[in-house]
Design a protein around this ligand. Structure first.
Ligand code: SAM
Ligand code: SF4
Length: 333
């Protein structure tokens, strides 16, 4: 599948739930959540069918996300079913990591079951290593659970573990080096993500936004100039650098300040309520659930995919008129 700007679409992010056991301020600022009714959320069977049709059109990589995907019962089995679909080469999960140690009925940890089910990569949110700051950001005192989850992920043997840290002014600055050293200790990549206006308009304020460029400068004060690693590519928009004198890589995901951010976009998003979205930072979304539940054929579903891809915008509109219309938690980060 190719969009009008030559983006080759091979990556589908699938949000399997809008629910979460944390309440990150930048993601879902309101404590009172209006969750989707169960009937509004696609069943696993429906999601599998959509992904399967996607594979016919060139989808090769799927990332399972949410909300917190591991809060949905059956998530581990679903991941394994996705990984087993012919045509799928890579399955990853984005998680806050706090449920990775949870034992399944057969005694395995959730992390082990994910790896054994064929999930290759785990992207773990890690905004702070300080318990009080972690609590203030996520509104849950779950840092110890996350740290145990990180160990469980390492023991389970994921092919790659990445930490994602959202840059928050007046908070992340003082933790940058600690976070990098922690990632180094764990043999993991860490990426710093600029705040995006994806939940409510108030999230992105002058006094909360910390640009990647500013974070990079602060890091360089400690390390000397970072070494650009344009040769290092993952399946996303991060720019990678190496810490001098080490083999530690760090990434910056600068949706707001990097004007080349969308050039290599290869993604579509399926929301948990069955909307196919061509871009995170655009209002465009197309109701796949209605089509799916109207008894359509696989060919009709494939046509729907192509219709959405043909409408993929050239770039996101976060710097323009975009005001969040839907919660990040529903779209899937
Ligand atoms: N619950 C999982 C987690 O926290 O990793 C998966 C879903 S979460 C929505 C996916 C990613 O989106 C996380 O790394 C989170 O930090 C990021 N995110 C959420 N809200 C954001 C915002 N306003 N700006 C930038 N990144 C955001
Ligand atoms: Fe939950 Fe992840 Fe959003 Fe935090 S970022 S509230 S952990 S979905």
């Amino acid at each position: 599948m190719e969009d009008p700007f030559g983006h080759h679409i091979s990556y589908l992010r699938v949000s399997i739930t809008d629910r979460c056991n944390e309440r990150c301020r930048y993601c879902m600022p309101d404590e009172e959540q209006q969750w989707f009714d169960r009937a509004e959320v696609l069943t696993y069977e429906e999601m599998l069918r959509v992904i399967q049709v996607g594979t016919r059109l060139g989808i090769r990589k799927v990332r399972i996300t949410g909300g917190e995907p591991l809060t949905r019962p059956g998530a581990v089995d679903f991941c394994a079913q996705v990984a087993a679909l012919p045509g799928i080469r890579d399955v990853g999960i984005s998680t806050n990591g706090t449920l990775l140690t949870k034992p399944l009925a057969d005694g395995r940890t959730t992390a082990e079951a994910l790896v054994q089910g064929g999930v290759r990569t785990a992207n773990l949110s890690l905004d702070s290593l300080d318990r009080a700051s972690y609590f203030s950001t996520t509104r849950r005192d779950l840092l110890p659970k996350l740290l145990a989850g990180i160990d469980a992920a390492q023991d389970a043997g994921f092919g790659s573990i990445k930490f994602n840290c959202v840059l928050i002014r007046h908070q992340t600055e003082r933790e940058l080096m600690n976070l990098i050293m922690f990632a180094r200790e764990k043999g993991a990549l860490i990426r710093f993500i600029e705040l995006m206006p994806v939940s409510t308009a108030e999230v992105l304020r002058e006094d909360s936004f910390l640009a990647c460029g500013q974070a990079k400068k602060l890091i360089e004060r400690e390390t000397g100039p970072l070494i650009p690693r344009p040769d290092y590519k993952t399946n996303g928009p991060a720019s990678y650098y190496q810490i001098p004198g080490t083999d530690q890589l760090i990434g910056f995901i600068g949706a707001m300040t990097n004007f080349h951010f969308c050039e290599t976009c290869n993604k579509l998003r399926l929301t948990c309520d069955g909307k196919l979205r061509p871009c995170l930072g655009s209002y465009l979304e197309f109701d796949l659930r209605e089509v799916l539940r109207s008894g359509c054929s696989d060919d009709e579903l494939a046509d729907f995919f192509l219709h959405v891809v043909a409408r993929k915008p050239k770039e996101h509109d976060f710097r323009g008129s975009y005001q969040p219309g839907r919660r990040m938690i529903a779209i899937g980060g």
